[in-house]
Design a binder for this molecule. Structure first.
Ligand code: CO
Length: 218
């Protein structure tokens, strides 16, 4: 059986390095979880949340799943969002997708992926909601790119519809939902300019999606 000793060794080296830089690092960390941001991203190993935005432990609350999907019936995701908003009082919820997402690709290809199929259903719904626009794109690569973006749009909309988010806005709390996308090949995040800080902006954002769809579709 292959041992994971290499990972444990790397962990010891990492901890030692942190302590060398700041002898109080872990002491402080024990009492410090004060993130301003909730990151909802893909589980993809190439998109390590903290690393790509240069944030330290304690600075980013993270929820990841296949294709960064926000489903109102997913207790795991809802618990993360509720905890981040109500207990940690994050100021920003960032839904960050990425180009070349395997989950989005499987949904676009209508591939048979066993149990994962139940999960991909949510991305297929995003595809169907923007079907004409996406199908009008000739290149497969561009189609996939657009579906990755559209998936972020739909998930940002889903976040903005959640009761926990609406309640925070009703209470005039400082909370903004954002839609971003990460390009693996260049290591850069692109702002999709999907942003809502209150119910009105959330409504406008939902309409923006539909307008875009209409302008490219019928
Ligand atoms: Co992905």
């Amino acid at each position: 059986m292959r041992s994971l000793e290499n990972l444990l060794r790397k962990n010891r080296e990492w901890a030692a390095q942190r302590k060398r830089e700041d002898p109080q690092y872990f002491e402080k960390m024990r009492f410090q979880q004060n993130p301003e941001y909730l990151w909802i991203g893909c589980s993809d190993s190439r998109v390590p949340a903290n690393e790509i935005v240069g944030l330290q432990p304690g600075e980013l609350f993270v929820h990841r799943n296949v294709a960064n999907v926000v489903v109102p019936s997913d207790l795991n995701c809802l618990s993360s969002i509720t905890y981040a908003v109500n207990e940690l009082h994050v100021k920003h919820v960032i839904v960050c997708g990425h180009y070349g997402c395997g989950g989005v690709k499987a949904a676009l290809d209508d591939a048979d992926v066993g149990l994962t199929e139940n999960w991909l259903m949510h991305i297929r719904e995003a595809h169907e909601a923007h079907f004409e626009e996406i199908e009008a794109i000739a290149s497969y690569a561009e189609k996939l790119k657009r579906l990755c973006e559209v998936n972020v749009l739909e998930q940002v909309k889903n976040v903005s519809r959640l009761p926990v988010v609406k309640q925070a806005w009703k209470a005039k709390r400082d909370l903004t939902v954002h839609g971003w996308i990460y390009a693996l090949e260049e290591g850069l995040i692109h702002d999709l300019h999907l942003k809502a800080s209150n119910v009105e902006e959330a409504m406008a954002m939902r309409r923006l999606g539909k307008e875009k769809f209409r302008s490219r579709g019928d």
